[in-house]
Design a protein around this ligand. Structure first.
Ligand code: FAD
Length: 407
């Protein structure tokens, strides 16, 4: 019984309502989403969706399926503007929607950047953003990507796959520095350069140039000016929690993400959270808060938050080892665990190539993270060792064996 309201119709929100219904919740289920589309998958937006002839994303379930098969009260194109935790009501402008239990799954949105309103400038978070990038690439745009994180690097990869020239501007000294650190970031530098990307490291953007509201290029700190028809911003996201300000739900002082305990409960009764929006304590970080911005975590947390919201007495600590993949320049990178560590050991591929390169992170003598290129079987074995808090030297030995290398 009771009404479960899920705010945010992305992956985590979709998994929450699907799990609730599948596992026997007979009461009302409301899924509220600011986008006009039924929930769809984001990883393809920087990969397959940028290829020539790509079509609109296929939703996880159509709106009709969600409504008719799962009995969900689907409210798309509606944005929560506030939360009254005392009355247990979500505020939508002038309207109020009562809940017995609530799952916050509003995800994250790109950080605003000066000039991001110009035509030819886009972030890449939604299907509409991907269509903007695809059409510009179709037209052979001179492309500049700002930020060499996963998404920016994937856009560069898509442009090079079409044979287009692309420049990537990154303020840090290596790509993916925040996710991977300097040693492993160097591997990604090599992937970019081998693929013919014009990679400008250590130089921030000082401003965009425009003519009649359309971008024409950008200027870098070192004085360089780059011409561009398309500028794709991959400069990071922030949790979408403006609507929770002042609600009493505990928000992280740094990025305003939702602070949860290890069962995904917030400090407010009946309010749970899942996905990119969540900070939760993680044993890999010695119980420190971790916010993960990746697919597997959003899916797993969405399901767990719904279970816990419907039956709080069943709530278990929930902290799977984070996992993320990225497809870059014909290679698949897979990262498990964390790179927040005492140090890292990089095992280079035997043949001097990139495939098979493996990095292992350690803290306090334990293995806490691994990055592996093009060896999916190895990744899952290492994930298990990380989950078990296994000794680093044994994990390193196992990695060498799995990769078929001499010690
Ligand atoms: P979101 O997907 O952000 O969904 C939240 C939804 O809530 C949005 O639709 C938003 O409009 C809505 N919303 C926000 N505020 C409100 C409000 N106030 N009221 C109502 N609705 C609201 N991860 C990987 O592991 N591997 C990858 O290769 C990978 N590639 C990616 C590529 C791209 C281009 C992007 C953008 C992400 C990628 N990710 C990848 C990350 C992964 O997609 C995210 O971790 C995942 O989408 C998070 O799901 P979520 O449901 O928490 O949030």
């Amino acid at each position: 019984g009771g009404r479960l309201v899920v705010v945010g119709a992305g992956l985590a929100g979709f998994r929450a309502v699907e799990t609730a219904r599948r596992e026997g919740h007979a009461g009302e289920l409301v899924l509220l989403g600011a986008e006009e589309r039924a929930p769809y998958d984001r990883p393809p937006l920087s990969k397959a969706a940028l290829a020539p002839g790509a079509t609109e994303p296929v939703p996880f379930r159509t709106a009709e399926e969600l409504e008719d098969d799962l009995g969900i009260d689907l409210r798309l194109g509606e944005e929560a503007t506030g939360l009254d935790t005392a009355a247990r009501e979500v505020v939508l402008g002038g309207e109020r929607l009562a809940y017995d239990a609530l799952v916050v799954a509003t995800g994250a949105r790109p950080r605003a950047v000066p000039g991001d309103h110009l035509a030819g400038v886009t972030h890449l978070r939604t299907a509409d953003d991907a269509a903007v990038v695809r059409r510009a690439l179709d037209a052979g745009a001179r492309t500049v990507v700002v930020g060499a994180g996963f998404i920016g690097s994937e856009v560069a990869s898509a442009a090079r796959a079409r044979g287009l020239e692309v420049t990537v501007v990154e303020a840090a000294d290596v790509p993916l520095q925040r996710s991977l650190g300097p040693e492993v970031g160097r591997l990604v530098t090599r992937l970019h350069r081998d693929a013919g990307v014009d990679l400008r490291l250590g130089s921030g953007v000082t401003g965009l140039t425009e003519v009649a509201g359309h971008v024409t290029g950008l200027a870098l700190e070192d004085g360089t000016e780059l011409a561009a028809d398309l500028v794709v911003l991959g400069v990071g996201v922030a949790p979408s929690t403006g609507w929770l300000e002042g609600s009493g739900v505990d928000l992280h002082p740094r990025d305003r993400g939702v602070v949860c305990d290890d069962t995904l409960a917030t400090n407010a009764p009946g309010v749970w959270a899942a996905g990119d929006v969540v900070h939760a304590p993680h044993p890999l970080l010695g119980g420190d808060l971790l916010r993960v911005e990746h697919w597997t975590s959003a899916a797993e947390q969405g399901a767990a938050a719904a279970r816990h919201a419907l039956d709080p007495s069943s709530a278990q600590p929930f902290a799977p080892v984070p996992y993320v993949w990225s497809d870059l320049f014909g290679h698949r990178l897979q990262l498990v665990g964390t790179s927040v560590a005492d140090g890292v050991v990089v095992l280079d591929a035997d043949d001097g190539g990139v495939a098979g390169t493996t990095a292992l992170w350690h803290r306090g003598g334990q293995v806490v993270g691994a990055l592996v290129v093009d060896r999916p079987r190895v990744v899952m074995k290492l994930r298990r060792r990380i989950a078990d808090g296994g000794p680093f030297d044994e994990a390193l030995h196992a990695a060498r064996e799995l990769l078929g290398r001499a010690g």
